[in-house]
Design a binder for this molecule. Structure first.
Ligand code: NDP
Ligand code: 2IT
Length: 444
């Protein structure tokens, strides 16, 4: 049996009922077959077995009291996956679906993503099955304080630096940071995505969505094309989706659809992003309201059919496995040219095969959404240097990081005879640096 197949079989046996983790590991390890064949030292040092096993998994209780005086208990998670190339780094997700499988798949993806940024950050991920929807400000604050009252002992500016993800934005990072500072008595860069008044970086809010458009732009430029006059469909209407839409529009594209977990809006004359921002960022309301406010716009229940809208560029920016084989086939039939993953693992494995098999330019999450964490690393650099860079400076760095990622994944794919297969390219390019660091550091 091939080394990769043995590692995968053992991973599934030792971690049953972790479907998302199996999915991420299968995609990654399958890409690494030719790399492992060239490097027998990996098998000798059980490098793949160590690579897929988190260094540390922390599970904890998060008790909190709601406004009515009722006591609730949620689960808290932090998976410190790999510190081979830097301190653990990765977001926190608050969503009722969060479980160990999801946190582990996100953590494994993060290890390779962070490597691709070329910055010195290891990989981790965390979160809770807490549902922020419908909670009051006070409830959100008390939950964040309780979460950090346990987490603080496991994190630190040079140890593990969490950030936002689904359900965790600037508001939550503020409450988490306030509690950390109160307990530890240190004003340090222990979280990224902080507000600009207390150590945050310009562009961090926009970074994931902007970075996604920068790498798509690079892939298009490589084919003598660009965003201008392209029709774009973006799923989600959270942090990543909103700033992907903003950048796509500023590069001359027309964004015609966005969604949330209830349904999607279609506006053939182009989405008015101010209205989306007002609904989502200010009111924390549902995307359905858009169609009530903008003439000519349609709302449809159910988010999956967003992929039936014809477009040149599809940017899934909501959640894992939101784009399956059937949706991929519809996009292909409707002539999609580029798919850029803003969310983590939004496309199922058979969906990815459909894109690759039909000549669609497919930019996988660990490369395409790396702009967020890359800008987090720039926030860390500014924190330790006691510096504050301008918007233009951070944006320029982000752009050059995304260009560099594109060149690296394109180059790695070519080197291994898989030209244009950026899934292989991203997995190989990300893995190489982690593997080198692991080999150099001995059996740890
Ligand atoms: P937000 O919480 O800001 O927004 C999430 C969006 O996705 C919302 O529109 C939400 O709809 C929708 N969504 C969430 N869960 C589901 C679901 N189960 N089915 C359908 N829609 C859903 O999160 P972000 O924008 O930060 O994150 C979006 C994706 O991008 C995630 O996969 C995240 O891991 C990834 N990502 C985020 C980065 C960041 O910097 N924030 C960096 C890199 C990747 P609703 O409001 O109805 O729940
Ligand atoms: O998935 C991701 O890369 C994030 N949620 C951002 C992580 C970070 O540390 O900025």
């Amino acid at each position: 049996m091939h080394y990769v197949d043995r590692v995968l079989a053992s991973l599934k046996e030792k971690n049953p009922n972790e479907a998302e983790f199996h999915q991420a590991a299968t995609e990654i390890l399958n890409s690494l077959r030719p790399v492992v064949d060239r490097h027998p030292e990996y098998e000798k040092t059980a490098l793949l077995e160590r690579f897929v096993e988190p260094e540390r998994v922390i599970l904890f209780r998060v008790p909190w009291v709601d406004d009515g005086g009722n006591v609730h208990v949620n689960k808290g998670y932090r998976v410190q996956f790999s510190s081979a190339i830097g301190p653990y780094k990765g977001g926190l997700r608050f969503h009722p679906t969060v479980n160990l499988s999801i946190v582990k798949f996100l953590g494994l993806e993060q290890v390779l993503k962070n490597s691709l940024t070329s910055l010195p950050i290891g990989g981790g991920k965390g979160g809770s099955d807490f549902d922020p929807k419908g909670k009051s400000e006070g409830e959100i604050m008390r939950f964040c304080q309780s979460f950090m009252t346990e987490l603080y002992r496991h994190v630190g500016a040079d140890t593990d630096v969490p950030a936002g993800d689904i359900g965790v934005g600037g508001r939550e990072i503020g409450y988490l940071f306030g509690q950390y500072k109160r307990i530890v008595n240190e004003h340090v860069g222990v979280l990224t995505g902080r507000g600009l008044s207390y150590g945050g970086s310009l562009v961090r809010t926009e970074a994931t969505g902007y970075g996604l458009c920068y790498i798509v732009e690079e892939a298009l430029a490589d084919r003598n094309d660009g965003f201008k006059d392209k029709t774009v469909v973006i799923s989600g209407s959270g942090n990543v989706a909103i700033y992907a839409a903003e950048k796509a529009q500023s590069l001359g594209a027309k964004v015609v659809a966005m969604s949330d977990s209830n349904g999607y809006i279609f506006d053939k004359s182009g989405i008015s992003l101010d209205v989306v921002k007002q609904i989502k960022e200010t009111e924390r309301g549902r995307i359905r309201l858009y169609a009530e406010r903008v003439k000519g716009a349609e709302y449809h229940d159910g988010c999956r059919d967003i992929w039936s809208i014809p477009c040149d560029i599809a940017l899934p920016c909501a959640t894992q496995n939101e784009l399956d084989l059937e949706s991929a086939k519809r996009l292909v039939q409707n002539g999609v040219k580029v798919v850029g993953e803003g969310a983590n693992m939004p496309t199922t494995l058979d969906g990815i095969s459909a894109f690759l098999g039909n000549g669609v330019v497919f930019l996988p999450a660990k490369a395409a959404n790396a702009g967020g964490v890359a800008t987090s690393a720039l926030e860390m650099a500014q924190s330790s240097g006691r510096l504050f860079w301008t918007f233009e400076e951070v944006d320029l760095r982000l752009r050059s990081i995304m260009k560099n990622i594109y060149r690296n994944i394109d180059g790695a794919a070519r080197e291994y005879g898989a030209e244009g297969d950026y899934v292989a390219g991203a997995n190989i390019a990300g893995f190489r640096k982690v593997a080198d660091a692991m080999l150099a550091q001995g059996i740890v």
